[in-house]
Design a protein around this ligand. Sequence first.
Ligand code: XMP
Length: 517
Amino acid sequence: MANQLCIVLDFGGQYNQLIARRVRECGVYCEIRSYETPIEELKQLAPTGIIFTGGPNSVYDPASPHIPEEIFSLGIPILGICYGCQLMAYTLGGEVKSCEKSEYGKIEITHQGGLLFKDVPEKSVVWMSHTDYVSRLPEGFSVKAASEDCPCAAFEDPEKKLYAVQFHPEVTHSQFGKEILRNFLFEVCGFTGDWVMDDFIEDTIAGLRKTIGDKKVILGLSGGVDSSVAAGLLSRAVGKQLTCVFVDHGLLRKDEGDFVEQTFTNMFDMNFVRVNAKDQFLSKLKGVTDPEEKRKIIGAEFVNVFWDEVRKDANGGFFAQGTIYPDRIESGKGNEAGQGSAAVIKTHHNTAIPEDMKHLFAGILEPLGDLFKDEVRAVGEKLGIPKELVWRQPFPDPGLGVRIIGEITEEKIKVLQDADAVFRDEIAKSGIESQLKQFFAVLPDVRTVGVMGDHRTYDHLIAIRAITTDDFMTADWARIPYDVLARVSNRLCNEVEHVNRVVYDITSKPPGTVEWE
Ligand code: XMP
């Protein structure tokens, strides 16, 4: 049976995916749609509730996103957030003005009851970010909360099931934001919370079995979270009809190729093909030092090796990919390219099927196409995939290739793999791992003078990088305690051959990027 649906109508706000994730966290299935979606299409989707996102525009600018008034009389409950709140007021005959003083940051509001504020204290802190405000409400609406500078911080017409908040309940800075969203979903809309991961797994497996029948399936496995979880689901659905192709370009972390191979061959019923292509990649990379050139070569070689392997086994079966929901979301007007689109550009595991191979496949399967990353991880855990894979930090497709500056050689790969393994081991022991979003070693291709015993050395410098971030668009360098840094430095110089100096990268993003190349 299909889940109840909540539609998040995207007006280009930066938090639209976050709103959708919060709704899903409440056990309510939701999808993001553009504000331009025709009303007829929305009616057919028959959502149990609709949420309007924020957005960067002003409603009185004729070029800003608008919506037909009809949407408010469909009888479907609507919650307008920020721009969505102003749009609701404006479209229904209220007035929106520019604030004398923009509200930005944590602001205290006082509410006067109503379903949205059930079990929320009278005064609480919310996250505001607006330069316009609703100065007069449409007929039938009443104010339900206000801040010092915002007289209509929340308002409602409960008869028509229309609700609006000027603030952002979806961000964690809003103290009771989660409760307010829950109240809208459960008290106002009457959702039952039927989006449950166990059901998703069982339904997806049943659906895959039906679609695949007795055909074969091929999946490109990188060892990253998404392709690993897709592999787990497909294996549970069709076992040996699934072949996973894992291209080892020799630029993985220490022992990673073996770990991925063992995990999937031991835990899951499937055919696992590992293509050991290190020599091939290294010969193409010989003498190449330009970062973009290196990336291009690795990407192109990956595509060649992968599709050559797939071609051997593709006769009328399905091609599966670990695409997830953020990769598919169309961004709204005025929206920055989302994290999803950035991820797609960078990933060569989701390459399109080459033209001359399309006829070899019965179709494409994307079993995770409706899930956010946190949901993919939840499914992975339920399928029993090891934590090391499910909670893996991001790892770039070109692998250590973007962490070895200058020419990539076998010797440098070994030094970096060993150094990176020591650094990761120390972070794991330090108890600070969960505070870091990514941490790794870099080989900057710099040699410096040192002393070891009575000898002068001239050997490699290792840089270590650790970052904190919410979305990888911006990042800060992590304040790793000095004693952890000291242990890392000690061990790197003592245990890793050809390392005699260690530096810590203290550059945020921007101006730096996370990776060095
Ligand atoms: P940058 O270096 O652009 O990295 O600040 C942001 C995030 O993206 C990861 N990254 C990649 N991921 N293929 C990927 O799948 C790539 O080519 C790639 N390059 C960078 C990086 O590790 C960080 O998490």
